[in-house]
Design a protein around this ligand. Structure first.
Ligand code: EPS
Length: 372
């Protein structure tokens, strides 16, 4: 249903995205999109690049008088730190980065590889995700993300709502809902920074207001949890996706792991627990979506690891480029955007229509039947 493609390099003049398949009739709030992009730039542990840039996009197409037309949406970001032609070539690939495999595969220097593999590309994914959030919001679906682990500092496990995540993480420099954990996370990042090291962690995304039955059980590529995992794993630094109780389910009994089913006239079918994270059989089950993504530590280290000079083939320390020390707080904003894209896509697949009016009609008809 939806498709997007991004173009541009970290230090190129522009980054761009085209989002195709978006319906007509949705108010496109550019201020919201740009505010989302600036949220991605924040977070304790980010590098100095974020002080240079003020991310925001211009809309290139698909919107007339602030309303979508059904034509492809085009977004353009102009980089301030635009100096791609003058950036030095690198010869010592950073362990963990795309440098080595990218350079061998495309038969070119590391510079060209890192310029495109850089997580700066996620700025455009946030623009795309923000448009998808606006569409979902029109149907009562809300998404929020927060950081649950940085290094070995973990937020104690507790059920939390989308609203609580929003309120609790909004002003936190590490997007964490608990002040005590936030402090320990910031101390861990400061320590890694001082030691020329980096840190990864884990964020959680929740979505609420989802109807039962998005996705499908009939084919592997129509399973919505699988589609979500694929899209989240495409985020730079991603190493693991967990849905609901995730890896903890391996140690639970069936009687503990599954969510019992209830019915009331007002709510229709519902569950009182949510071990499944909102998915059963590759479909949404009407509960909140819960997904966690693990990010490895940033691979650019001020105290570099061992590498090989690709010109001389001699052992040397890896190259160092200006970098973030920890990007998990930013990652959580990117994760919200990626989840929004997957959910908007599944929503259009189920209730598809060319205009928002048509989708409303289809959606309301389905809800009536699903509750009956
Ligand atoms: C990023 C901008 C980049 C990096 C980061 C993501 O800016 P620069 O390379 O100019 O310092 O901070 O990229 C990486 C972590 C990476 O591995 O490439 C951004 O805007 O998100």
């Amino acid at each position: 249903m939806l498709r997007y493609i991004t173009a541009g390099e970290s230090h190129g003049h522009y980054l761009a995205a085209i989002l195709e398949g978006f319906p007509s009739g949705l108010a496109m709030d550019l201020d919201f999109i740009n505010a989302e992009m600036r949220r991605r730039q924040g977070g304790f542990g980010r590098g100095s690049r974020q002080k240079i840039e003020t991310d925001g996009v211009e809309i290139l197409g698909g919107v007339i008088k602030k309303v979508t037309t059904g034509a492809p949406l085009g977004f353009l970001l102009t980089n301030k730190d635009f100096k791609i032609e003058e950036m030095p070539e690198l010869f010592r690939p950073r362990p963990g980065h795309a440098d080595l495999a990218g350079s061998v595969k495309y038969h070119q220097g590391i510079r060209a590889v890192l310029e495109r593999s850089s997580a700066r590309e996620t700025s455009m994914r946030v623009a795309v995700g923000a448009a998808c959030k606006l569409l979902l919001k029109a149907f009562g679906i809300e998404i929020a993300g927060h950081v649950v682990q940085i290094g070995n500092v973990m937020l104690p496990d507790e059920a939390i709502t989308v609203e609580e995540i929003r309120k609790g993480s909004k002003d936190s420099p590490v997007r964490c809902v608990c002040k005590k954990t936030e402090k320990a996370m910031m101390q861990a990042i400061a320590k890694a920074m001082k030691n020329g090291d980096s840190l990864g962690g884990k964020y959680e995304i929740r979505a609420t207001g989802l109807p039962i039955g998005l996705g499908s059980y009939v084919h592997f590529e129509r399973k919505l949890d699988a589609r979500l995992a694929m899209v989240l794993m495409s985020q730079q630094s991603a190493k693991a996706v967990e849905i609901g109780d995730g890896v903890a389910l391996a140690g639970m009994l069936g009687s503990e792991a599954h969510d019992e089913i209830f019915y009331s006239k007002a709510r229709g079918y519902f569950h009182k627990t949510n071990h499944a994270g909102g998915f059963e059989g590759g479909m949404t089950n009407g509960a909140d979506l819960v997904v966690r993504l693990t990010m490895k530590p940033i691979s650019t280290l001020a105290k570099p690891l061992a590498s090989v000079n690709m010109k001389t083939k001699r052992p040397e320390k890896a190259d160092f480029e200006r970098s973030d020390v920890c990007a998990v707080p930013a990652g959580s904003v990117i994760g919200e955007s990626l989840a929004a894209y997957v959910l908007a896509d599944a929503f259009l697949e189920k209730f598809g229509g060319d205009s928002v009016t048509e989708i409303h009609h289809n959606y309301e008809g389905y809800l009536k039947r699903a509750r009956a």
